[in-house]
Design a protein around this ligand. Sequence first.
Ligand code: TRP
Ligand code: SF4
Length: 330
Amino acid sequence: MSKQRILSGMRPTGRLHIGHLFGALSNWAALQDEYDCFYMIADWHALMSEWKNPGPIRHNTLDNVADWIACGLDPDRSTIFVQSDVPQHCELHLILSTITPVSWLERCPTYKEQLQALSEKDVRNYAFLGYPVLQASDILIYKATTVPVGEDQVAHLELTREIVRRFNSTYGEVFPEPKPKLTKSARVLGLDGRKMSKSYDNAIDLADTPEDTETKVKSMFTDPQRQRLKDPGRPEICNVHSYYQVFAPELVRTVAEECRTASRGCTDCKAALAGIVNGYLSGMREKRREILAAPDTLHDILKAGAGHAAETANETLVDVRRALEWKERW
Ligand code: TRP
Ligand code: SF4
């Protein structure tokens, strides 16, 4: 039996951080043998919010792909590509736009949220309203059946499924209904305990230097009731402790025990964690440097990825045009 197909993507709006690593990338990497994986840099989706200042998208694209590969995405096993290198997404986007009622898009909970959250960026444009339609095209142009995403994308997936049902019932069965595959891995919170995000300035970037990382870990909040070394701590409410769960699960019990009995101080606890985080990330950081030092190789990877993606996309477009009783070519 042939493998099920996966598609997922990320918008290149900045550097990647350990939230992306544990929230998405390690999961994506683990799926590469079992599935036929397509992993895409969603640069057109980035443009929808970054249109006033699109320059950094290009740099972020290459920087993010370097991180992807450093984190274990393997161009020999997965198709790694940039959305705008495969213009077929646009044709499908237009066709799907025609069958998508505006009311479905206006109703989408993420749309209303993002309008508020991104108020300084001005996303009251036509493209941004259609964000989930382009996302549906990304998935359906490869007839992907499985989409690894976070909780925040589930509404978009539901919209994709509605679009599929409407397409198939209008023109005949062309697309499978894709399902979200939620990441089950541990969630790393930001340094301040909120969601990790570049805009909150609370992230440990994959590309940080060991010194940056150390400074950041030292700035983390601990149990606020623990004023003196002899006060017993409450590891269950301490974010430093939760980082141990992610980076060094084998140490968690000892850390918790020593914290509760006040035989471990917060300064030492954080210094040790910084060392562990740096040790964990050092191989990736090294690989990332190597990849960025050889930009030609990186370009070749993206070119090959786009070539393979385009072939698959063209096959789908043939099916789509046929279903609409449209020309294949004059
Ligand atoms: N909207 C996704 C995000 O912001 C990125 C994305 C674009 C995507 N196209 C996709 C995710 C297709 C999954 C499938 O994270
Ligand atoms: Fe947190 Fe460690 Fe301090 Fe306990 S000892 S409160 S786990 S930093």
